[in-house]
Write a protein that binds this ligand. Structure first.
Ligand code: SF4
Length: 408
């Protein structure tokens, strides 16, 4: 028997300064927060309300909207009102680039309605006016008691800072490769901007930092360095992660490693949606990443075997999918009705090889008949055989048993 110390686990969370974003705590030991971003035109009030509502219903605990022009800034208070009327209080974050200082100054209702402002230190203003424009945003944030996220991004890095570091590197005795200098520029861009915000009177408990890169190894290195040098609350995300499985794998690999090292207070999985695809997938992936790593629980987990030549038909895949979708769809209602329901483990297995064993580990599990087995599906509850289901109604019968189990 292995001693308890040999059981691997995540490193202790990096101690950061807690920031309140609306009613949500970020950092300072608070649960890791899931956030997402809309892709509607913010000037489209109804469309944006609908998408924020969908993201929020899917479990996004904060939602960012772009505020890129006057029409968008003018729409923000109406979006906030519309959400309130629907009973949605999810904090709204305004994403500002280039002219954020102007929009926030000219649309005070927008500045008031948002719960946090995202500033990109690489494009907050135009050359040599940058500091004034950055200062303007910080002043408005201070006046409204709003936190900011200072979000450096590999794709819009502060060119002045990068050039300065490149020149210093070339002149140094031991020059490093250009990629290492770019990583350093990312770290410094975030940290110097945060220090400047503090000089301008913004307290540390209203500053969140991010430094997003699109390459996994660079992202890990940059965030490790940011937290080594500071204790600001940290927003994690791999930028431009990509579409489909590539985006999910790259984000999970990068964020999984950082989270395991105790780094990260809030996460966003940035996925490029398939045409007509569901924006809420990024929320689902973020939740599943945190849940599979044991940081939080959001929805009951469905364990399912991959299926193989022993699975007799598509019944097994259909049942696994339908149980998973059923649980996810019911969760918003279940969460209120059954506190703790997210701890539930369900197993849907394809044959007798691993079916009964895995089902016994779950709270409730079903082992479907494989090739050559009798057409019967034993159901296990709390480790013991409970009932055997047969016939064409197995899926509906099993869902009913799941509901009975939760009810009890
Ligand atoms: Fe195949 Fe059975 Fe294993 Fe599922 S449990 S992968 S059906 S052997």
């Amino acid at each position: 028997i292995l001693p308890q110390d040999d059981v691997a686990g995540p490193a202790p969370r990096h101690q950061t300064t807690q920031v309140m974003v609306g009613n949500v705590a970020v950092g300072g030991g608070a649960p890791i927060v899931v956030q997402s971003m809309t892709n509607t035109d913010t000037a489209d009030v109804d469309g944006t309300i609908a998408q924020v509502a969908a993201l929020s219903r899917a479990g996004s605990e904060m939602v960012r909207i772009t505020v890129d022009r006057e029409e968008a800034a003018a729409a923000v208070p109406h979006i906030r009102d519309g959400l309130r009327k629907r009973g949605i209080t999810t904090p709204l974050i305004g994403d500002f680039h280039y002219i954020g200082h102007k929009l926030l100054a000219e649309y005070p209702d927008c500045a008031e309605a948002l719960d946090k402002y995202r500033i990109n230190p690489g494009n907050v203003g135009f050359k040599n006016k940058r500091d004034t424009q950055f200062a303007d945003i910080i002043e408005i944030a201070n006046k409204n008691n709003k936190p900011v996220r200072i979000g450096a991004n590999w794709g819009s890095l502060d060119q002045e800072l990068l050039t300065k570091l490149m020149d210093e590197n070339t002149a140094s005795a031991n020059p490093r490769d250009a990629r290492a200098v770019t990583r350093e520029a990312m770290v410094q861009s975030a940290l110097l901007s945060a220090a400047r915000a503090q000089e301008l009177g913004m307290p540390k408990n209203r500053i969140i930092l991010s430094a997003k890169v699109s390459a996994v190894q660079d992202l890990i290195a940059v965030y490790q360095e940011v937290v080594r040098r500071s204790d600001y609350a940290i927003h994690l995300g791999l930028t431009e992660a990509g579409m489909g499985s590539k985006g999910i794998v790259a984000s999970s690999a990068a964020l999984g490693i950082l989270l395991q090292q105790g780094i990260g207070d809030t996460i966003r999985i940035s996925l490029t949606p398939e045409p007509g695809g569901d924006r809420t997938l990024e929320v689902q992936v973020a939740q599943e990443l945190l849940q599979t790593m044991g940081f939080r629980t959001f929805v009951p987990l469905v364990a399912a075997c991959p299926g193989c030549g022993r699975t007799t038909s598509t019944t097994f895949q259909e049942l696994a999918r339908s149980i998973q979708d059923f649980i996810r769809d019911e969760m918003p209602a279940w969460k209120t009705k059954y506190p703790g329901v997210e701890q539930l483990n369900v197993a849907v297995m394809g044959c007798i090889v691993n079916g009964p064993g895995e089902s016994k580990h779950a709270n409730i599990g079903i082992s479907l008949p494989g090739t050559g087995e009798a057409p019967a599906a034993p159901v296990f509850v709390d480790g013991k055989k409970f009932r055997t289901l047969r016939g064409p109604g197995i899926a509906a019968d099993f869902k009913a048993l799941v509901i009975d189990y939760i009810d009890q």
